[in-house]
Design a protein around this ligand. Structure first.
Ligand SMILES: [Fe+2]
Ligand SMILES: [Fe+2]
Length: 256
């Protein structure tokens, strides 16, 4: 009997159907508008219409992006450190300085997480973003300190030997002046009861860009365990007010 005329088993039919579907459907990964804006592209947006114009069978990614490392089913903060953050040496160095200076664990945790917004998410207003991300999971003093370092780092405090960083002159030019909202935030923060916690982020921050300093995330596992309330469902899969931010990091290309 001719091979092609043989009746097919159910599993053969399923295989054929799957192969047919794979050729027909194209899973599409799109960028968010903020990615275009960051590239200076205004009024640009990936839409279903533009994808379907290229392939009417396009379907849109609604889960993990296979180009990124797979996150575990119940991700922890450490998983995000290892699988999503662009780098963490600066954070570990800051926390190591705080540890060696004998500061308490709230200050060490604040140093460890102070630039979490930059390394994971976005640069603009990173102190605010970072504070919001961690707020449901850390002591209020820690997230307050992370938020306020956004403003404090631009202002000197001679009492702890903190001067306006030379690096900022190099980075932003010598004519950069903090905007009024930053000045106002500084004025509020300097009178706050937790001022020094945030100020110590700045103090430990400026010394923490040494490429030769050896740091290891494992050294901070216990401190994270004691100071970051890991949700049982997985970070981002819980229903905290900032869980969506973690999910967005996990699935940055979900269509909706
Ligand atoms: Fe920062
Ligand atoms: Fe920093």
């Amino acid at each position: 009997m001719n091979e092609h005329l043989k009746p097919q088993s159910v599993s053969q039919q399923a295989d054929e159907l799957e192969e047919h579907m794979m050729h027909e459907l194209e899973r599409v990964y799109v960028k968010s508008t903020i990615s275009y804006l960051a590239d200076g592209e205004y009024k640009k947006m990936d839409t279903s219409a533009s994808a379907w114009a290229k392939n009417p069978k396009a379907i849109f990614n609604m889960g993990p992006d296979p180009r990124l490392p797979q996150m575990p089913a119940k991700p922890t903060l450490l998983d995000y450190f290892r699988l999503r953050f662009a780098q963490h040496a600066h954070l570990l160095q800051s926390a190591t300085h705080a540890l060696k200076a004998g500061h308490n664990e709230k200050i060490i945790t604040a140093c460890l997480l102070h630039d979490i917004g930059v390394v994971s998410f976005i640069r603009c207003d990173h102190g605010y973003w970072g504070a919001q991300m961690i707020e449901p999971y850390v002591d209020e003093e820690v997230s307050w300190a992370v938020r306020s370092h956004q403003a404090l780092r631009f202002f000197a405090d001679e009492s702890v030997g903190y001067r306006y960083p030379d690096m900022y002159i190099k980075l932003f030019g010598d004519d950069y002046k903090p905007e009024p909202y930053i000045v106002a935030e500084y004025e509020r923060a300097r009178r706050h009861k937790w001022y020094m916690t945030s100020r110590l982020i700045c103090v430990n921050d400026i010394y923490s860009f040494d490429p030769n300093m050896k740091v290891n995330l494992d050294d901070f596992v216990d401190i994270i365990g004691r100071n970051f309330r890991q949700p049982e469902e997985g970070l981002g899969l819980d229903n905290s007010p900032s869980a969506h931010m973690w999910r967005t990091m996990m699935w940055p290309n979900r269509f909706l």
